[in-house]
Design a protein. Sequence first.
Length: 221
Amino acid sequence: MSRPIPILHRDERLLVALKPPGLLSAPERGGAARSLVEVLAEQGIAAQPVHRLDLDVSGAVIFALDDEARLALEALFRERAVKKTYWAMAQGRYQESQGVYRWPIVEDGPDVRVDERRGKPSETRWKVIGRYTVATEMEIDLVTGRRNQIRVHFAHGGHALIGDRRYGRGRDQKLRAPSRRVALHAWRLAFDSPFTGGRLEIEAPLTDDLLDLRSEAANAR
């Protein structure tokens, strides 16, 4: 059995799990990697996914515990009623303290890119929370949820996320992620429960490899 997955929140209708990097959020057809759904099943939890994180992205993931809950939670995501805050480490040193990326993104099969003519409206709000010699630590609010949106926006802005071998295109040479995965973490989720009406605000602590990366960034020259 795999190492138990930390549960950040659980009630009768839903749970929020801390996904480690290297696991799919849910099974994919023909996918070789194991999924968080399968590991939770080994822990005796029948969880239904309502959103996903990329394979190499860690952090908080919401799961429904029954069919009715899945439909209600999926509706929250469609209505953009879930506030999603990410932690990231970007290459280079930002001079601004905060900003917004609004480049339209097109999804064309496996290819995701900025396309001013054909792309869909996309919005990524960011705030600097730490500056280092060769990198910048970010808090990111994801307003829209296009596939790979954060990674595409930061790469297009000239500050690819550390460890992003897909969109960084070899530009992340000044600081490398020790774990060789993208420095992106689903840090906080906040939403009103469709079942109780109460506000849920859940934070996923940074994984050990990202804490190590932060230390390396602080010591880099």
